[in-house]
Write a protein that binds this ligand. Structure first.
Ligand SMILES: *Cc1c(COP(=O)(O)O)cnc(C)c1O
Length: 397
């Protein structure tokens, strides 16, 4: 997945454009910048890539989720439904707004089970946030129907699924708002960075202002701008945007390499009847950033991870005991370990998480093996890896 694996002259050229004129800020300084507007250019490239009307770059994927929710009016006391398997960023971004993360079970797609989502809806629910983990997606059609029926926002955290599609539409562009990360380990990287995408003009204008102190961005005189509402600073810099601009132009090449490497590994593992691949909903195409499969149970999955280690097969994980990605080990969340006081509503929400058994999620995450697909592998390396993986899995069954 990581874009940093294929990094070089194209990125350097874009960054040098910025360094040559010295304007590192994305807004203003029109006379000094020699026509270079890297953040604006990257926003229009991303709009084309994601077939969406509006793109707002921000400083990270975590910021993108917060800005997306804020731009649609989600705030204190509102409930946002999210999956048990994601990255800690998901609940952080919700809690930053004073909103309440409501965790629900995943299914064999490795993200939101629509039935669990529907069961979790209350009068306080404002949004459903799907997280398209490890390069694939959930049942977006079913989730859209639920959201329409209950008048809820559908937000896509597509940070790990850049380049995947659903019925031909890019992931991230299907819900009311989509969020991307361009941190150092994502499919395309800016070093640090993120984006909010939407076809809703009002949400876009809100995210544009909100991510820059509420400035209205009208006219050429920064000092004369007014503040229609409160905001914060989640801006991206021109240097980061310049890196992303070179990377996004290479996205089709990156996806093709991931697909090639993924296919070799998948074909090899298909020969093992006990290994079942993660379900990709009908009409979906993965970004091929990871290969995910299920083994018969947690014990076998743990043994396989050990066997991979012994045989030097790296970048494969079982997330059952992982404290970045899975609810079981999010003790800091469940015990409300906050540096500052949390509202009683948020604390109650966190207690609910602590007191809920997520048996269905345990069932899928316990048996799952998730392997990162690197772009820098040679074909020989992928083939050797495939046969080592097959041997290691067979030795554990
Ligand atoms: C990386 C990631 C984020 C956060 O992105 P940052 O740019 O690191 O803040 C959010 N959600 C998911 C699923 C991610 O993988």
């Amino acid at each position: 997945m990581p874009g940093f694996e294929l990094f070089g002259d194209l990125e350097r050229k874009e960054v040098n454009d910025v360094l040559d004129n010295g304007v590192l800020m994305r807004y203003g300084f029109d006379g000094m910048r020699n026509g270079h507007w890297k953040a604006k250019e990257l926003e229009s490239e991303l709009a084309k890539t994601f077939k969406t009307n509006h793109v707002q770059l921000v400083s990270s994927g975590t910021a993108a989720v917060s800005v997306a929710l804020a731009s649609a009016g989600v705030g204190a006391g509102d409930e946002v439904i999210m999956p048990t398997f994601t990255f800690v960023a998901s609940f952080e971004a919700i809690m930053m707004l004073g909103a309440i993360p409501v965790l629900v079970d995943i299914d064999d797609t490795l993200t939101l089970d629509p039935k669990a989502v529907e069961a979790a809806i209350t009068s306080k629910t404002k949004a459903v946030m799907i997280v398209q983990m490890c390069g694939s997606m959930g049942d977006l059609n079913a989730l859209q129907i639920i959201c329409t029926k209950h008048n809820l926002l559908l937000v896509e955290d597509a940070c790990q699924a850049i380049g995947g599609t659903y019925n031909g539409q890019p992931l991230g562009s299907i819900g009311d708002l989509g969020c991307f990360s361009f941190d150092f380990v994502k499919t395309i990287t800016c070093g640090e960075g993120g984006a909010v995408i939407t076809n809703n003009k009002e949400y876009y204008i809100n995210s544009d202002h909100y991510s820059d102190h509420g400035h209205d961005h009208i006219g050429n005189d920064r000092g004369a701008e007014t503040h229609p509402f409160l905001g914060y600073n989640f801006r991206i810099s021109e240097l980061h945007a310049a890196v992303g601009l070179a990377q996004v132009r290479r996205l089709p090449e990156f996806i093709a390499i991931q697909k090639k490497n993924y296919t070799i590994l998948r074909d090899a593992i298909s020969a093992i009847p006990e290994a079942m691949f993660r379900r990709v909903p009908e009409g979906g195409e993965e970004s091929y950033a990871f290969l995910n499969f299920f083994l018969p149970d947690l014990e076998v999955a743990r043994k396989v991870i050990e066997a991979f280690k012994v045989n030097n097969v790296d970048v494969c994980w079982n997330y059952f005991d992982n404290n970045w990605h899975y609810v079981r080990k999010w003790n800091h969340l469940k015990d409300s370990k906050s540096l500052f006081p949390l509202s009683s509503e948020v604390k109650k929400g966190l207690e609910n998480i602590k007191n809920t058994a997520f048996d269905q999620s345990d069932h899928f995450i316990g048996r799952n093996i998730s392997c990162l697909i690197k772009m820098s592998w040679t074909e020989d390396e992928v083939r050797t890896r495939a046969s080592k993986m097959v041997d290691a899995i067979k030795s554990c069954l």
